[in-house]
Design a protein around this ligand. Structure first.
Ligand code: UTP
Length: 795
């Protein structure tokens, strides 16, 4: 059989590129090629090709111009067989001639005029013929089913091979890249007509070597040259009125807008108008001005691509080059990134479907992988700082004040001494981040190490250690990264936390998935191919996230535990400054504040009576032992209904923590365990008593009280005075005080090799009527929010 360009020989038979089908053997191939579908597509392709060659693209006519008027005009070059008008706006048309000579004649004529307007007549865009069945290549759907992927992965013989397979399966195909190139070319041609000198530059996954079939096309419209052009034109117009440079400004859109002073919103509207009115195949154009970087989104019908255009976003183009460089530095980078990206997508922790959202974006996730490769021993990748020092003078690059210097070619960077295989590195990645204190640290690819969060808490010196350029520090003295539960600094734009969009919930999920993955990677099932045909290696790791309350087993063996996460972003400025000078001891300093805040919540807001405060002690185990010997003072708890401010040891003791070193032994004479650099306790515990159902019906009472107060509506736990009044109301209206609930709270601070948080463990010590469960249930949602509210106000 003659070699056919549509037919590709693959490992298991053939692939027909035209029909997008796999054919197992030669006999079936022959039948396929004679078959109806293949023949039909061949005819259709020939027809389309002829249509493309015989047609021209026309724009610049009046919006009310009819197709017959256009046909009439173009008849002068030869018989016109069809005129297809842009349906949405009637602003461009495809004029198809019966013969290709007419097309040539129309294209060679220098000027076309209709109804007094100059027409633009261009060759019609040549599109690669794609399978007619629309929707088959829906980019929102995976191009390979999970079963198929699992099957392919199981055919390999090691995790290393599986990871290589991930790249093979998901990387952009030649056609995918071609489609993107075509779209860039089309946009460049259209935009340059209106914005002389402008440049459309792709960035992100389409070009960073980590792209996949479904990724969108991120583009930057660089208007620097256009601005210069506009300046020159304006100057020359001032000297010689109506004389235009290169004839370009005559009907240019530039006469309506001053690029130097236009707002991002105005520029976006301009782009949107060009896309809507003048770009063939483009639809669903939408401007998003509220994004961190305002963007125009659009889709291209025939190429089945979604695109985003931002303006003058040179940093993104540069950080894309950085990702490309990292990918070229070591062959293990791509398989790791592809595997981690797919894993994160499956677990619903990355890849916000429509841009904004609380999940990690793929850029941030990729930076996490690169960061791990910088920190592993020996490192696979150098830090950005080290890369900078490997660059030569010509490679120096400063954008918007940020130093973006790194070598342009991998050859300038010495190869890594790390010899770990992919399987080990992936395991290492999960292990590293399963124990990572995300809220209490800042990931810095620039430094190639973790920076303490305290470097970023104070008001104006936060950039001094990390910013490379003194210009930068001068330009942005008060801008710091938006801190959140996860802090990953951009390698160049050092005041940008690329994970600043994450919420506490997504952080929790992220952490859970890292732990699950780490646990699985420790198993033999991960490391060895199953000889019994069971799934192994990546297959189980990449299984989709299953819904359910963060592990249904949690519900069964739920320990009455509440955590108060460390959240730098909600702390008052003065407290942040205080923490920033505490170094590693910031955790205990924060914990101390949480403890005194907890007392305010239990004592002042929920009006619990302290039974007896059990002193701060070495650790939770010894603290628990103490309770056995304790005698709880019930009388105190009964006093509470009198609404008297209560003076008791229970409130006072934690304040004694502030006494610092001198309070380093408990009344029982035990030595407190101290952090190496701080004279603060790590654990604290209290016993409280409550005899009123302060947990019941609060929402309704709050609503009623809010109606009669000046307070603006706040969520539960959002306002201490309202919450105190709600409690008060419940107590005053409780005609029948029930039996008491006595409970113990143990608090401990965690951090360093896990997330910084205060963990509160609850235990009912006396609960004859069985109210504790209800009380705890209420505290579970109320307490963290209330503590946060108070911490935010705390000076
Ligand atoms: P994405 O997160 O979309 O990454 O950011 P991606 O690699 O293109 O992945 P897809 O599109 O989800 O498959 C796109 C680009 O935007 C810039 C980076 O250049 C990144 O490559 N970017 C993104 C930033 O500069 N800062 C950010 O915080 C996020």
């Amino acid at each position: 059989m003659q070699p056919d360009p549509d037919i590709q020989t693959v490992s298991k038979g053939y692939n027909c590129k035209l029909c997008d089908v796999k054919i197992p053997n030669e006999a079936s191939l022959e039948a396929h090629m004679k078959g109806k579908k293949h023949q039909h597509l061949c005819r259709l392709r020939t027809k389309r090709k002829a249509q493309e060659e015989n047609s021209v693209y026309v724009s610049g006519f009046k919006p009310d111009t009819s197709t017959s008027k256009l046909a009439e005009y173009f008849q002068q070059f030869g018989p016109v067989s069809e005129v297809i008008m842009d349906k949405e706006r009637s602003l461009y048309a495809i004029v198809e001639f019966a013969e290709s000579v007419s097309t040539e004649a129309a294209l060679t004529q220098l000027q076309h005029r209709l109804d007094g307007l100059k027409l633009r007549v261009k060759p019609r865009e040549r599109k690669e013929f794609k399978l007619a069945s629309k929707g088959k290549h829906d980019r929102t759907k995976p191009h390979i089913s999970l079963e198929k992927l699992n099957h392919e992965l199981c055919l390999t013989s090691s995790v290393n091979e599986q990871m290589q397979k991930m790249v093979e399966i998901f990387q952009l195909s030649e056609n995918d890249s071609k489609a993107r190139e075509l779209l860039v070319q089309l946009l460049q041609e259209v935009f340059i007509e209106f914005l002389p000198g402008c440049q459309i530059v792709p960035f992100g996954s389409s070009v960073n070597t980590f792209g996949s079939h479904s990724c969108d096309l991120d583009l930057v419209l660089d208007l620097e040259n256009t601005k210069a052009f506009q300046n020159r034109t304006r100057k020359s117009e001032e000297t010689a009125e109506n004389q235009s440079e290169d004839g370009q400004s005559e009907d240019s859109i530039l006469s309506d807008i001053d690029l130097a002073t236009a707002s991002p919103a105005e520029l976006l509207e301009l782009l949107a108008a060009i896309l809507r009115k003048c770009t063939p195949g483009v639809h669903k154009v939408q401007t998003v001005s509220s994004a961190r970087l305002p963007v125009v989104k659009f889709s291209h019908r025939q190429l089945n691509l979604q695109g985003d255009i931002t303006i003058n976003n040179r940093l993104a183009v540069r950080n894309t080059r950085f990702l490309q460089l990292c990918s070229g530095l070591d062959s293990r980078v791509r398989p790791l990134v592809y595997t981690v990206r797919f894993w994160a997508k499956q677990k619903q922790i990355a890849g916000n479907p429509s841009g904004g959202g609380p999940l990690l974006n793929n850029y941030a996730l990729t930076l996490l992988v690169l960061f791990y490769l910088q920190t592993v021993s020996p490192p696979v990748l150098p830090s950005v700082e080290q890369l900078k020092n490997m660059a030569c003078e010509e490679e120096e690059c400063v954008l918007d004040g940020w130093d973006c210097t790194f070598p342009s070619q991998p050859i300038s960077v010495p190869p890594s001494k790390n010899t770990d295989d992919l399987c080990t590195l992936l395991f290492g990645f999960f292990t590293y981040f399963s124990k990572f204190d995300f809220p209490g640290s800042v990931v810095s690819l620039r430094a190639g190490r973790v920076l303490p969060i305290t470097d970023f808490l104070s008001r104006d010196d936060e950039l001094s250690d990390t910013a490379e350029s003194s210009d930068t520090t001068r330009q942005n003295p008060t801008i710091r990264p938006k801190l959140g539960p996860v802090n990953i600094l951009d390698p160049f734009e050092l005041h940008h936390n690329v994970a600043g969009n994450l919420t506490e919930r997504t952080h929790k999920n992220l952490r859970r998935e890292f732990c699950e993955a780490e646990k699985y990677c420790r198993s033999l099932q991960y490391q060895h191919k199953s000889s019994k045909g069971k799934s192994w290696g990546l297959v189980k790791l990449l299984a989709p996230h299953t819904e359910g309350p963060s592990g249904s087993h949690d519900a069964i063996e739920k320990v009455p535990e509440i955590t108060v996460p460390f959240r730098a972003d909600i702390l008052s400025p003065s407290f942040r400054t205080e923490l920033s000078s505490a170094g590693e001891a910031f955790r205990v300093l924060w914990f101390k504040k949480v403890c005194s805040t907890l007392e305010v919540v239990f004592n002042d807001i929920l009006k619990c009576a302290p039974s007896e405060h059990v002193e701060i002690s070495q650790d939770q185990t010894s603290a628990k032992e103490d309770t056995k010997d304790e005698e709880v003072n019930n009388n105190q708890s009964l006093d509470i209904s009198c609404h008297q401010p209560i003076a008791h040891s229970g409130i006072k003791r934690p304040l004694a923590m502030e006494e610092g070193p001198s309070s380093s032994s408990s009344p029982q004479g035990k030595r407190m365990r101290l952090e190496p650099s701080a004279d603060y306790p790590e654990v604290a515990h209290w016993n409280w008593t409550q005899i009123h159902p302060v947990w019941a019906g609060r929402r309704k009472i709050r609503r009623v009280l809010l109606k009669t107060s000046d307070e603006t509506s706040k969520p539960e736990g959002g306002c201490s005075s309202i919450e105190s009044r709600v409690t008060q109301y419940i107590i005053e209206n409780d005609s029948n005080p029930k039996e008491k609930v006595q409970f113990r709270v143990d608090a401990a601070v965690r951090g360093s090799d896990e997330c910084t948080k205060a963990v509160l463990t609850f235990k009912a010590t006396d609960d004859p009527a069985g109210h504790f469960q209800d009380f705890f249930h209420f505290l579970d949602s109320f307490l963290p929010k209330m503590v946060e509210t108070l911490l935010a106000k705390s000076e």
